[in-house]
Ligand binder design. Structure first.
Ligand code: FES
Ligand SMILES: [Fe+2]
Length: 394
C-alpha cells in the first residue's frame, strides 16, 4: 500500500471519527459451535487442508538478512530450514538429515555448513551433501542425498514456502491484492529485534482471531496498547486474507493538517491475517510476525512471535527504543491476549459454554471462520444443533 492508499484509508477513518461511528460488518452476528476449537477430527482436517497442502507465509526476509544466514522454523510440526546462500538466494528445506532424519539446525544464525550431531553428515546452505564419514560404507547409496528442497518465493520482504516438495507455489495467486497492500511498507528494510516461541495452551485459531480483532483492545489492554489505539478500527477483506486498521490518537491531530504534513504511515498500523494463521503487523514503530501452528492436539499450538524494527543500522538509542517496545508488546501478547485465549480454550474444553458468538464488530473473525468452514465443508448450524442436543441430554 503506497502512501496514496494510506491517505485514502486515513480519510475514511477521519470520516468515522467525525461521525463517531464504528465499523460494523454487513452480515449478522453469528453463533457457532465450539467444536471448531476442540474437536480432534476437525483439527486434523484443518492441519491437512490449511497447513500441509497450501503455501505458508513463514518468515520475513529479515529472518535471513545476510548471505549465509539460516532460520529454523516449522509448519504444523514439520521442521523447515531457511537459508540464504552465497548467491543471495533464499532456499527452503525439510530440516532433516538424509541419513536417519535428525534435525540439523535450530534457531537462527550464520553458517556455511550444517553438520548433523548424530554421525556428522554435512550439508551446505544450498542443501548439497558435502561430507560423510566412512563414505565407502554406503555402497553407492549416497546419490541424491541432499536436503529435500521445498518450493519458496521471496518478494516484498516476505518469504512464502510450500511444505510439500512437489507443491505448487504461485506467490501472486496466494497473496492476491494483499501483496499490494503490504508492498508499500517496504518490509525488506526490517531488522529482527527479538523473538519468542513456546507451546501455547490454545487452539491455533485463537491467536489469529485475537490478532485482527479490535473489539477487545480497550477492555483487555487498558494500561498498555489500549490507550495507543482509538476505537475506530477498519476491516479490509482480501478474500482468504484480512486486514485490521489500528488507528492511533495521532489521527485526531491530522484532521486539521494538510495531507503533505501527515506522517509517512498516516497515523495507523495494519495487522494482517495471511491465510491460514500468519499475522503480519506493520506500522510506524515496528513490525510483528506471529504464527500459531497446530501441533498434536486441538488445545495446543506452536506459538512463535517475532519483533522487527526499521532500518538495517540502528544507533544505540534506536536499539534501546526497539527493545523496550518489543518487550512491552511481548508482555501484552503473553500476559494479556494469551492469558484470556487459554482461558477461553480451557472453558470450551470443560463444556462450560454450549456455543460462542462472533459480533458485527468482529468482522475479520466472522469472515475467517466462514472461510475455514467453507474450505473443510463444515456446517456450523448443524454442528450447533448437535451440541445443543448433547447439552439437553446431559
Ligand atoms: S542421522 Fe544425521 S548423520 Fe546420521
Ligand atoms: Fe489483544
Amino acid at each position: 500500500m503506497e502512501r496514496a492508499a494510506r491517505i485514502a484509508i486515513a480519510r475514511e477513518v477521519i470520516g468515522m471519527i467525525e461521525r463517531d461511528e464504528m465499523q460494523y460488518a454487513n452480515e449478522p452476528a453469528w453463533e457457532v459451535d465450539i467444536g471448531r476449537f476442540t474437536d480432534k477430527a476437525r483439527f486434523l482436517k484443518e492441519k491437512e487442508e490449511f497447513f500441509l497442502n497450501r503455501p505458508q507465509l513463514v518468515a520475513y526476509s529479515a529472518d535471513i538478512p545476510e548471505n549465509g544466514d539460516y532460520y529454523a522454523t516449522s509448519i504444523a510440526g514439520k521442521p523447515i530450514l531457511l537459508t540464504r546462500g552465497k548467491d543471495g538466494k533464499a532456499r527452503a528445506f525439510l530440516n532433516a538429515c538424509r541419513h536417519r532424519g535428525v534435525q540439523l539446525a535450530e534457531g537462527c544464525g550464520h553458517a556455511s555448513t550444517f553438520t548433523c550431531p548424530y554421525h556428522a553428515w554435512t550439508f551446505n546452505s544450498h542443501g548439497d551433501l558435502i561430507g560423510v564419514p566412512s563414505k565407502d560404507s554406503f555402497d553407492g547409496l549416497l546419490e541424491d542425498r541432499g536436503l529435500i528442497a521445498l518450493p519458496i518465493h521471496e518478494e516484498i520482504g516476505v518469504i512464502v514456502v510450500h511444505p510439500q516438495p512437489d507443491g505448487h507455489l504461485d506467490f501472486d495467486a496466494f497473496m492476491g491484492p494483499m501483496k499490494q497492500h503490504l508492498a508499500g511498507y517496504h518490509m525488506e528494510n526490517l531488522r529482527l529485534i527479538s523473538g519468542h516461541s513456546q507451546t501455547a495452551r490454545i487452539n491455533w485459531k485463537h491467536a489469529v482471531d485475537g490478532g485482527v480483532e479490535g473489539y477487545h483492545v480497550p477492555f483487555l489492554h487498558p494500561q498498555t496498547v489500549g490507550p495507543m489505539t482509538l476505537k475506530f478500527f477498519r476491516h479490509i477483506d482480501f478474500g482468504l486474507h484480512h486486514s485490521l486498521v489500528n488507528v492511533s490518537p495521532e489521527m485526531l491531530a491530522m484532521r486539521d493538517m494538510p495531507e503533505e504534513e501527515w506522517p509517512e504511515y498516516c497515523g495507523f498500523s495494519v495487522s494482517n491475517a495471511i491465510f491460514p494463521n500468519t499475522i503480519v503487523s506493520v506500522g510506524e514503530g515496528m513490525a510483528i510476525f506471529q504464527r500459531s501452528d497446530p501441533s498434536d492436539d486441538p488445545g495446543r499450538c506452536d506459538y512463535n512471535i517475532r519483533f522487527y524494527g526499521w532500518g538495517r543500522n540502528p544507533d544505540a538509542e534506536q536499539k534501546a527504543r526497539d527493545e523496550a517496545m518489543a518487550a512491552m508488546v511481548l508482555t501484552v501478547a503473553m500476559e494479556e491476549d494469551m492469558k484470556v485465549q487459554s482461558n477461553s480454550q480451557i472453558m470450551m474444553e470443560n463444556g462450560a459454554v454450549p456455543s460462542i458468538i462472533f459480533g458485527r464488530r468482529e468482522q475479520n473473525v466472522l469472515r475467517m471462520h466462514k472461510n475455514y468452514d467453507r474450505l473443510i465443508g463444515h456446517d456450523a448450524e448443524a454442528a450447533l444443533a448437535v451440541e445443543r442436543l448433547d447439552e439437553a441430554a446431559e
